[in-house]
Design a protein around this ligand. Structure first.
Ligand code: GLV
Length: 364
């Protein structure tokens, strides 16, 4: 028999990936050094050299997170994979989870926890609002959660949330403290051990400047105790830390067994991005603004979609609109890692000024 579906014409054309200034909230431009390691020959995901690379990644993440946690790995997947891994492994159906919602990411975690049958309580603020430690403690006392979630870098709202003292509150009330640093790690300081964060994760494609598709995550002893003493199995096989901890050589067993096929090139690139981070001295910021993603109010009378389309068309530059609850409120400019240069900031401002000059003001 022969094929009846002809080869699609699009597949007979070469792939097009234009060079763009990725000045949105991610992915960011990937520097040539990281792109180059991504093009190295593939090795087997269970070869000893790959285990070495994974061990290096673990050390690199421990440095980036400022933690000595043994249970430190990368997910094969984006930041969402780490988000689901954290929730699926530490929470059992029926348990109480408290989520701080001040933008899209809290909303997302709340939905994930609800889908796996947790009893979810939301503390809600308008996008960019922040929660005092007192408010958090009151909510923890009221809802007695096993897990409290907070976004450190709320990319939809441009807020970098303080975390000091919250880990202590969670400890006092026997609750795990989970922090999302997808949009902030490498751009704003975070100290997992010192700040008593029980579970921390990030993504590869923002300030780390690696391609999308890998996501570092770390669990401390308290989190391990909870997740390895559960009565039910986590709802996901792929994200089950019993298997992932073995695959990453974190469970103390002599053999690392096949669980899934990790993204070999993605791990090469992640290792390189963590190496670049290790070569840099971290700067310290004190502001509440998120240094990696700046949210700006939509200039009066302009249609934000038109401004963004103009900037893409005439400057080959990505900026984005709001996300989730901040849609229609803000435009977002991200200058992350490799992109975080004064010349790029000037270029972004020039593009914006040009758009404001040439886009029509709407009647409203
Ligand atoms: C997420 O990827 C964002 O747009 O902030």
């Amino acid at each position: 028999s022969s094929v009846t579906i002809p080869p699609p014409a699009c597949m007979l054309r070469p792939l097009e990936a234009p060079l763009r200034y990725l000045f949105g909230p991610g992915p960011s431009n990937v520097p040539p050094r990281i792109l180059a390691v991504g093009a190295k020959p593939i090795i087997g995901h269970l070869h000893p050299e790959m285990y070495e690379i994974m061990n290096d990644i673990k050390r690199g993440i421990q440095y980036a997170f400022q933690t000595e946690n043994n249970m430190t790995i990368s997910m094969s997947g984006s930041g969402h994979a780490a988000m689901e891994c954290a929730v699926f492994n530490t929470v059992e159906p029926g348990e109480s989870v408290l989520v701080a919602v001040n933008g899209i990411w809290g909303e997302r975690v709340a939905e994930i926890a609800e889908r796996m049958g947790a009893n979810v309580h939301r503390m809600v603020k308008t996008p960019g609002g922040y929660f005092s430690n007192k408010e958090i403690e009151q909510a923890v006392e009221k809802h007695k959660p096993v897990l409290f979630f907070l976004t450190h870098g709320e990319s939809s709202a441009g807020l970098c949330h303080p975390v000091d003292g919250i880990g202590d509150i969670c400890r006092k009330h026997n609750c795990l403290f989970l922090v999302d640093t997808v949009a902030s790690l490498g751009a704003a300081p975070i100290f997992m051990d010192k700040q008593n964060i029980d579970i921390l994760y990030t993504g590869s494609q923002k300030a780390l400047n690696a391609p999308p598709g890998t996501a570092p995550i770390s669990f401390n002893e308290r989190a391990c105790h909870k997740m390895f003493n559960r009565k039910t199995k986590p709802v996901s096989y792929l994200f089950d830390m019993t298997h992932l901890s073995n695959y990453w050589g974190c469970d103390g067993k002599p053999a690392r067994l096949y669980h899934h096929t990790g993204p070999v090139s993605g791990f090469f690139a992640l290792r390189e991005s963590l190496a670049i981070l290790a070569e840099r001295v971290k700067e310290h910021f004190t502001t509440l603004w998120l240094p990696s993603v700046t949210t700006i109010a939509i200039p009066d009378g302009y249609e934000w979609r038109e401004l963004l389309a103009y900037i893409m068309k005439h400057h080959q530059m990505e900026m984005t609109g709001g996300l989730g609850p901040s849609i229609g409120m803000v435009m977002r400019i991200g200058l992350m890692g490799y992109n975080c240069e004064k010349t790029n900031a000037d270029m972004a401002l020039n593009a914006l000024a040009d758009a404001l000059k040439n886009c029509k003001k709407s009647k409203a």
